[in-house]
Design a protein around this ligand. Structure first.
Ligand code: NAD
Ligand code: UPG
Length: 322
């Protein structure tokens, strides 16, 4: 099989690319390296340094590549930044996705796996969150992804686009030799591990007055390898016409303080904290029901425990900065 992976120089796209390559697939990565380094690319993948906002280049890439399917990870991903520069998120994420969809139509390629997000739900009315829950993003990042999903739904109805929108919750952990290193890093777990390594003095806790057990935000952490497996299942599902929307989480919620506790257990480091005000746009609680993908595609997480997830991230983090 022959796949195009947008955003494949990044954390999740790079992980899925490596797994596809291990399974014998041909992978072409399309990334503008705005938040990644060329050194992160898997050696066996073909690479095109290109921007999704370059409408002509993406169409040329699709025309020449004749891909069996496209996995679309490329996006700006920081909810906090999106509340300062929403226009950037709509241009890059929603506009970039529209360019990709138009190029797919123009070249007759119609299978797409899309990185969507729990941020589409906003502040949920009940947890765990089902795919049928109300979609009311509390940040511009989530809205930029929800608008992308909306475009896909219309393209499916009118043009027969086959797509799977996978709404990831908080992705963490590492596979052998590759893990999370955003450029710059804003995510909780790698920042905590930086403290454990002595690369930072302390971890900031954003908000202590949320309506949760200890006042800090609750998130659902999913191992990146389990997430990657879901992409392989989604690709198989796209062999049949139709479209799919699936949540992907472990179904367990952890407060920021519980994540820090887990990292203390795993690393043996005290991990000092600093209490800071809330980060704008952060919902209090995001916990997934992933029953739909389990029952429809047979997805099963192999690394459901938070300590396991953090341990795999820690192993990779130590090697990376050794
Ligand atoms: N990390 C998470 O917990 C999480 C959760 C939910 C959804 N997601 C989604 O998963 C996807 C991958 O996230 P990640 O954590 O690997 O992020 P990442 O920043 O590591 O990877 C994104 C990649 O996209 C590239 N990119 C961005 N805009 C581009 C453009 N216009 N043209 C070409 N390349 C571009 C960046 O250079 C980067 O390599 C994103 O779509 C994100 O919204 C991530
Ligand atoms: O230094 C930090 C960093 C984060 N947090 C908190 O930790 C939680 C997790 O934050 P982070 O790791 O930045 O992830 P999220 O903001 O939850 O967003 C991630 O998870 C979302 C799905 O839940 C995805 O949509 C996003 O792309 C992905 O970045 C949040 O409550 C943050 O407020 C801190 O307290 N201190």
């Amino acid at each position: 099989m022959n796949f195009l992976v947008t955003g494949g120089a990044g954390y999740i796209g790079g992980t899925v690319s490596r797994i596809l390559l291990q399974q014998g697939a041909k992978v072409t990565i399309y990334d503008n390296l705005c938040h990644a380094k060329a050194s992160a690319l898997p050696a066996q993948a073909a690479f095109i340094q290109g921007d999704l906002l370059d409408r002509q280049l993406i169409e040329k890439t699709l025309r020449e590549g004749k891909f069996d399917a496209i996995l679309h990870f490329a996006a700006l991903i920081e909810a906090g930044e999106s509340m300062k520069k929403p226009e950037l998120y709509f241009r890059n994420n929603t506009g970039g996705t529209l360019n990709l969809l138009e190029a797919m139509l123009a070249t007759g390629q119609n299978k797409l796996v899309f990185s969507s997000t729990a941020a589409c739900y906003g502040e949920p009315e009940s947890t765990p969150i089902l795919e049928t829950a109300k979609l009311q993003p509390t940040n511009a990042y989530g809205e930029s992804k929800l608008l992308s999903e909306t475009m896909m739904r219309w393209m499916s109805e009118i043009h027969g686009l086959r797509y799977a929108a996978l709404r990831y919750f908080n992705v963490a952990g590492a596979i052998e030799g590759y893990g999370e290193a955003h450029e710059p890093e804003s995510h909780l777990i790698p920042l905590i591990l930086d403290v454990a390594l002595g690369r930072r003095q302390s971890i900031k806790i954003y908000g202590q007055d949320y309506p949760t057990a200890d006042g800090t935000c609750v998130r659902d952490y999913i191992h990146v390898q389990d997430l990657a497996e879901a992409h392989i299942l989604a690709l198989k599902a796209l062999e049949q016409p139709g479209h799919h929307i699936f949540n992907l989480g472990s179904g367990q919620g952890f407060t920021v303080r519980q994540v820090i506790e887990s990292a203390r257990r795993v690393t043996g480091h005290a991990i000092p904290v600093i209490e800071e005000p809330r980060r704008p746009g952060d919902p209090a609680v995001l916990v997934a029901s992933s029953d739909k993908i389990k029952s429809e595609l047979g997805w099963k997480p192999n690394f459901p425990e938070l300590d396991q997830i953090i341990a795999s991230a820690w192993e990779w983090h130590q090697k990376r900065y050794a």
